[in-house]
Design a protein around this ligand. Structure first.
Ligand SMILES: C[S@@+](CC[C@H](N)C(=O)[O-])C[C@H]1O[C@@H](n2cnc3c(N)ncnc32)[C@H](O)[C@@H]1O
Length: 371
């Protein structure tokens, strides 16, 4: 990220340091990690998603930090459109809602493919600077696209979210010598940010076998977000795509270092306390937690599977056969086991007020039983 001084000579990292110090002062000198992550990503004018830097793209040369499926190839959106089209028809709505629309690439792919089947496309994004970029990407669709600051109390539609859950703040839990602690952030007397663990009654959703030292995350925000969506979606469906696992894998005794990762310039590191606001911070998704949060609030699980299986079910091979070699190579990365095919998963829900159906994306290889 370039550190452009603002009108008052402060760079985003100066602003971020001040924001964190103000929050530390308010919270008695210790910030639980989820509050720290929320500020690092979304604090107005200073958070990673709240200033104008370029996050998404193919290569570091474009100034981007990571690539997502819709940035890699439009074939991603065209395949997902097969599932969205079916869900629109099944649930009798013409509304699509996209959460965390990034550059607007997926919205453009869905709008182009679905044409008249979409009467209105609503984007909900926490990031004001991204909203501006989305407006530019989607100018051709004019009045069909709108932006909502928050969810209405009741709505109908097919909801999509690609890599949104992984951008939601998580709590860090640490087991040391058999005792659980919540990990938070402090400022040391020398001025650096550092970890400090405090005793806690919080626990992972499943018992972690044996008693070795263990670092992991819990996802109260992603669960609360899913529950709110479930309560407010009257008719329609939800499709969420992201990297993660079911809880038995997430909380496997061998995964003792957690899953929090940072991304900058297409490099990954595991230290969120440096370059705060200048890089993305993510955690993998606990898909069992998402399924339970949705189900408890009334959603019906339509299916859960790998991204590869989902895209194959949606007809990606036919789309690849019609594409040129360069596009085919990009699309292969979406389904290749060692790239995005297996680590990324898709979960689908029908709204409480809609009848579940045999959704195309989960027709072969549904793994709901593993949740
Ligand atoms: C990793 S980016 C993914 C962007 C895009 N979907 C893509 O695949 O290229 C995460 C996005 O989620 C947004 N986001 C995170 N939490 C959100 C929430 N609770 N509601 C709406 N958007 C959210 C961020 O602002 C950002 O645009």
């Amino acid at each position: 990220m370039t550190q452009e001084p603002g009108a008052h000579g402060a760079t985003p990292s100066d602003r971020m340091a001040r924001i964190i110090d103000a929050a530390l002062a308010r919270d008695g000198g210790w910030l639980p990690f989820d509050r720290f992550m929320a500020l690092a990503l979304y604090a107005p004018g200073a958070g990673y998603y709240a200033h104008g830097s370029r996050q998404f793209g193919h290569m570091p040369a474009s100034g981007s930090d990571f690539v997502t499926a819709p940035e890699l190839t439009p074939l991603f959106g065209r395949a997902l459109a097969v599932q969205v089209a079916e869900a629109l028809a099944q649930t009798g709505t013409g509304e699509v809602w996209e959460f965390g629309a990034g550059s607007g690439a997926l919205a453009a792919q869905l709008l182009e493919t679905l044409g008249e089947r979409v009467a209105r496309y609503t984007i909900v994004d926490l990031s004001g600077s991204l909203r501006e970029r989305q407006r530019q990407t989607l100018a051709a669709w004019g009045g069909k696209v709108r932006w909502a600051g928050e969810l209405p109390d009741r709505f109908d539609g097919v909801v999509v979210g690609n890599e949104v859950l992984d951008a939601m703040p998580v709590k860090l839990l640490v087991r040391r010598s058999g005792r659980w602690h919540e990990r938070g952030v402090v400022r040391t007397p020398g001025g650096a940010l550092a970890w400090e663990d405090r005793s806690t009654a919080l626990r992972p959703p499943v018992e972690i076998e044996s008693d070795h030292d263990y670092l992991t995350e819990i996802h109260p925000q992603a669960r609360a977000w899913t529950a709110t969506l479930a309560e407010r979606l009257a008719r329609g469906a939800v499709f969420l795509l992201d990297y993660g696992f079911p809880e038995a894998e997430y909380y496997h005794p061998q995964r003792h270092m957690g899953t929090v990762m940072c991304h900058q310039g297409h490099l990954a590191d595991d230290n969120p306390l440096v370059a705060v606001g200048g890089k993305d911070i993510t955690a993998h998704v606990d898909f069992t937690g998402i399924a339970l949060a949705g189900q408890d609030a009334g959603l019906h699980v339509l299916g859960y599977t790998s991204q590869a299986r989902f895209l194959l079910n949606c007809g990606l091979p036919d789309l690849m056969a019609q594409a040129d070699a360069a596009q085919r190579a990009m699309a292969a990365r979406l389904i290749h086991e060692h790239e995005m095919g297996e680590l990324f998963k898709v979960i689908g829900f029908a709204a409480a007020g809609s009848t579940p159906w045999d959704a195309v994306g989960f027709r072969a290889g549904d793994r709901s039983h593993a949740l």
